[in-house]
Design a protein around this ligand. Sequence first.
Ligand SMILES: [Zn+2]
Length: 152
Amino acid sequence: MENKDIVIPATDDPDTAGFWAAARERRLVVQRCGDCGKMRFPPRPACTCGSFAMGWHEVSGRGRVWSYGVAHAPTLPAFADLVPYVFAVIELADAPHLRMVGNLATSAKAAINSVPQDAVAIGDEVTVAFRPVTDEVTLPVWIPATQSEVVQ
Ligand SMILES: [Zn+2]
């Protein structure tokens, strides 16, 4: 897959820059309200309490498959050779009310179709790994505990 063929997230958005900076350092973070302490994801300017005060809170990178789907038709040409592949909604162990969408893989460097559909179940434990895509963008990917040991 050529990186030019996939959509690369903007890393200079004031609301999300902290997430991408942490991912480059292989840390998974969510926002935490500076007033009420509530954690939130995806990043946004304000808390439900109305406060704009916030900081970044590192989470463990452990979670569970809350739901998943299987892509059969590619949405972009770059993914044509990878279908079918599993995409999942991951519930964070540290903050079960927060979920992240991402790909499952057997390692940080393995293809997004490396975990077959029949090996995935809701509730499976996963651990985050980090995949550099460009100099600016490092994507979290999720390694099922049932797969090989996490290799960063
Ligand atoms: Zn708040």
